[in-house]
Design a protein. Structure first.
Length: 349
């Protein structure tokens, strides 16, 4: 169930919602919501690692990570969480940003922190799929294991193969054990809101998890808005007898976007058709839905909706701004915790 929700949140973020079609193109609201929360969260972000020569070395790596903070914060907002996992390559330390589609939590402590997880990496070569599963487990010691698999398709992990049979993984150890570790060597940056899908799960949920149905309503209402203009195009109905013909006897229509052929028994040769467009009513309906999305996601009124249609009181607007501030503050605290865990892991390496 959790995996299905992550897939749904991902599809909304990529504007591939299951209700979208040729007739319903979508407003891409999920991406806009995640982007806005990421912007507000990282807008005035200043952070560094200090502490002598070691701190200076770690800070160089750390600043490369924080330079991408808005990007991985947006992904975490959209999909509920992101893993920041440092690793050693050569004489340097690098950081992977792993989305929830590519990691599987295995165990948690009493506070809901991940203590064991598997991370997935795939390489495609010569029509084959090579998959590496890297397991991290915090027990008496910290144990990391690597296993490689080969298959013909993504739907099947295939058979296990030696790790060194893939050149990119040849330098990795199949098993490593490290002592004196207090917490996992990765950081779990998850959204602070409660998991409405599975209250017992410590996994994060998308910032728009409570607004999925409203996002669907908004996309459908927007499709009605577009159809109103498409179906309301001005037309001029012309009796066939009023049209000239070419040398082959075919009717010549001056402009197919404007003229429509009409066959009547009366003497009417032209009939104008200019329907009234219900733009105002549809706009108001869409705006009410957008305000509902703002309320359910914690955004301030006017972030998505049009304030000119708002009949909210000054107190309601003030409360909505406070709600947005509280939501962003909670995300900032979650980001701070994740960055502290990241620095701990980098320091171990």
């Amino acid at each position: 169930e959790v995996s299905a929700k992550i897939d749904l949140w991902s599809s909304l973020y990529e504007n591939r919602a299951p209700w979208l079609s040729k007739e319903v193109t979508g407003l891409n609201l999920a991406s806009a919501i995640a982007s806005e929360f990421a912007r507000l969260t990282t807008l005035e972000m200043k952070t560094e690692v200090s502490g002598g020569e070691r701190g200076e070395f770690l800070n160089g790596i750390y600043q490369n990570v924080t330079a991408h903070a808005r990007n991985f914060t947006e992904l975490a907002c959209a999909k509920g969480s992101v893993i920041l996992k440092p690793y050693v390559r050569g004489t340097g330390i690098y950081v992977d940003y792993i989305q929830p589609n590519d990691f599987l939590p295995l165990d948690f402590d009493g506070n809901g922190n991940i203590t064991a997880a598997v991370f997935c990496e795939r390489i495609y070569k010569e029509d084959k799929v090579f998959t590496r599963l890297e397991e991290h487990r915090l027990d008496k010691n910290y144990i990391i294991t690597n296993k490689a698999y080969k298959s013909n398709s993504l739907s099947d992990i295939g058979r296990e193969i030696p790790l060194n049979s893939v050149s990119e993984w040849a330098s990795l150890q199949e098993r490593a054990e490290i002592s004196g570790i207090d917490k996992p060597l990765f950081a779990h940056f998850k959204m602070p809101s409660a998991n409405v899908t599975n209250p017992d799960s410590p996994m994060g949920t998308s910032v728009y998890a409570r607004a999925v149905d409203l996002i669907k309503d908004a996309d459908i209402q927007y499709a009605r808005f577009l159809w109103e203009f498409e179906s309301g195009k001005r037309a001029l109905f012309v009796d066939e007898s009023a049209l000239t013909r070419d040398k082959l006897g075919r009717k010549i229509i001056p402009d197919e976007r404007l003229y429509r052929m009409l066959s009547t028994d009366d003497d009417t040769l032209f009939k104008d058709w200019t329907p009234a467009i219900r733009q105002e009513e549809i706009n108001k309906g869409l705006n009410r839905i957008l305000r509902g999305i703002e309320f359910n996601t914690g955004l301030a009124y006017g972030t998505l909706s049009d304030v000119q249609y708002s009949d909210k009181t000054a107190e309601e607007i003030r409360s909505s701004k406070q709600r947005s501030y509280a939501t962003v503050s909670d995300i900032q605290m979650a980001l701070k915790t994740a960055l502290q865990d990241l620095v701990y892991a980098m320091n171990v390496w």
